[in-house]
Design a protein around this ligand. Structure first.
Ligand code: SAH
Length: 515
């Protein structure tokens, strides 16, 4: 970001950014770009933590969270903080939930900045006032139902003599009424609207934590909703919608109907490999919780790999068994050699379609694809009578299953297995948090995508009573070999993928919950 010249002083700019209502996908591209480059980020309770992770490693992160009445920093202090940091020449992101100018006091902060001569910009966000209803199946306007929509603060002290809200006018308003911050005051809002003439049977809805996997919605009528909300235990933050559009959810509800909606799913694979799976789970309405049980690092010794790379033109076959194996092999390859042609003319084999795709990324064709997704599948594909005396290179994890090299050697092949990476247990796994979540029944599904995820998971939680912790949790396995390890470790198998890939596992979990 550019520094802004004011007189002889260099001032930073304050970017007032709306983070959207909760679903990270609703953050704007522009907002994200500012977060990635900011020197300082000042953020609130409702402005998702997920964005903070995208900040520069050296960015200063300041939480000024406002949760109900307990403010971490008073508004005046927030204003002076922004001004002080800007005067230090820092570019600042002021991150707020939803839209910064919809009941976020963004307008007041901007006025203070203006008075102090600090330049600012606004990056609007998707307001919860519109997004939470949309995710609950409520369009805030509709040609047959409402030609206007009004955003109202529900926060007002009902004992206040001079109300800023003219309930007379609000009650007569034929459009959709949307109250923010209204949960505590719900009985008063309902009473005042009815007292001023709004029919008690007007459809009304509450949407709590809209657009997130924790979304809860409640559909009722204006007169009944205070009681219904109490029964259902609905608390802040929630949006109250009053108007006939609140009755359209039967046909328009979609989010809460996703197959994995509200399911909290533990992803145990390595952090680098978790993203795709986490995205797919979220896409199906689930909430992925990352608990990497595997850490991938360099092999104990690079010498065997380096020698194999130097000798690579001498091999007849190179067989890759995993995406990690492919990526780590070529990383090292290009540190030693400058040109892919120095690999030689060995034929290339892959176990599983994902491994094959990783090889093709390097511009290489795959001559043999084991569809069986297991080492055994490779042997089925090879012409076993024709491998006697052939040189095979297998770059793979240190201490992996021996079956493939042994079988190849049985058929007379000369096999060189070289470790290209080593998997280990992560040092700072969040064991305590996960065991707490499990014991409070806060996890619905645990996914295991390899034997090592199983053994590492059991090992990491060895101080806990696993039988007790896993009661009622659905345990999902990517395939038979992983399932075998689960069995050996005394774990049940509730779901097993038919196709031994992440897609296959996703399909099996979705099918399990669609039953
Ligand atoms: N600037 C924010 C609103 C801040 S006021 C926006 O544009 O969304 C805080 C109120 O916003 C909460 O009391 C609640 O009424 C509403 N709110 C914020 N996020 C919400 C969410 N995910 N679901 C439902 N209501 C939400």
């Amino acid at each position: 970001m550019k520094k802004w010249q004011a007189g002889n002083k260099t001032l930073g700019t304050v970017f007032l950014i709306g983070s959207g209502p909760g679903d990270p996908g609703l953050m704007t591209v522009k907002g994200m770009q500012k977060i990635r480059t900011a020197d300082v980020i000042v953020y609130d309770y409702l402005a998702g933590n997920q964005f903070i992770q995208e900040a520069r490693a050296d960015a200063e992160l300041i939480y000024v969270g406002k949760k109900g009445a307990s403010h971490t920093l008073e508004q005046d202090d927030i204003n002076s903080l922004l001004i002080r940091k800007a005067k230090e020449g820092k570019n600042i992101v002021r991150l707020k939930g939803g839209d910064p100018y919809v009941f976020g006091r963004g307008g007041e902060e901007a006025e203070e900045l203006h008075l102090a001569g600090v330049p600012f910009e606004v990056v609007p966000g998707v307001t919860s006032a519109v997004a939470a209803p949309a995710y609950a199946g409520i369009p805030v306007t509709h040609r047959d139902h409402a030609s206007m929509v009004t955003f109202i603060t529900g926060h007002e002290d009902p004992a206040k003599e001079e109300s800023a809200i003219d309930w007379e006018i609000i009650a007569k308003n034929p459009g959709t009424l949307i109250f923010l911050m209204g949960v505590k005051n719900l009985p008063n809002i309902s009473d005042l609207l009815i007292k001023h003439g709004k029919p008690g049977d007007t459809p009304a809805a509450l949407v709590r934590w809209g657009t997130t996997p924790q979304q809860v919605s409640l559909f009722s009528t204006l007169s009944e909703i205070p009681k219904a909300a109490k029964e259902k235990g609905i608390k802040a933050p929630a949006i109250l919608v009053v108007g006939s559009v609140a009755g359209l959810h039967e046909n328009l509800g979609w989010f809460e109907r996703k197959p994995l909606f509200g399911k909290r799913i533990l992803v145990t694979r390595g952090r680098e490999q978790s993203k795709k799976m986490a995205d797919q789970l979220a896409e199906q309405g689930g909430e992925p919780i990352l608990f990497p049980t595997i850490q991938i690092g360099p092999p104990s010794d690079y010498k065997p790999l380096d020698k194999a790379i130097k000798d690579s033109p001498g091999y007849d076959w190179i067989i890759f068994t995993s995406v990690n194996g492919v990526e780590r092999f070529f990383d090292r390859f290009f540190q030693i050699k400058a040109d892919i042609r120095e690999l030689g003319s060995a034929r290339i084999g892959a176990i599983g379609p994902v491994t094959s795709a990783a090889i093709k990324n390097f511009g290489l064709q795959v001559d043999l694809l084991a569809q069986e997704f297991t080492a055994e599948g490779v042997l089925d594909q090879l012409d076993v009578d024709n491998i006697r005396g052939k040189y095979f290179l297998i770059p793979r994890a240190e201490s992996a299953r021996e079956i493939l090299p042994i079988e190849l050697m049985k058929h007379g092949a000369v096999v060189n297995v070289v470790p290209v990476y080593k998997t280990s247990m992560p040092e700072n796994a969040h064991v305590r948090e996960v065991s707490d979540l499990l014991s409070s029944r806060g996890i619905d599904v645990i996914t295991f995508t390899s034997s090592s995820t199983v053994s590492h998971f059991v090992e990491l939680l060895k101080d806990y009573d696993l039988n007790e912790l896993l009661k009622g949790v659905t345990l999902a396995s990517i395939g038979p070999i992983t399932s075998q390890t689960m069995q050996k470790r005394g774990l049940r198998i509730d779901v097993e993928a038919k196709e031994y890939t992440i897609d296959g596992l996703m399909e099996a979990i979705v099918a399990y919950y669609s039953k």
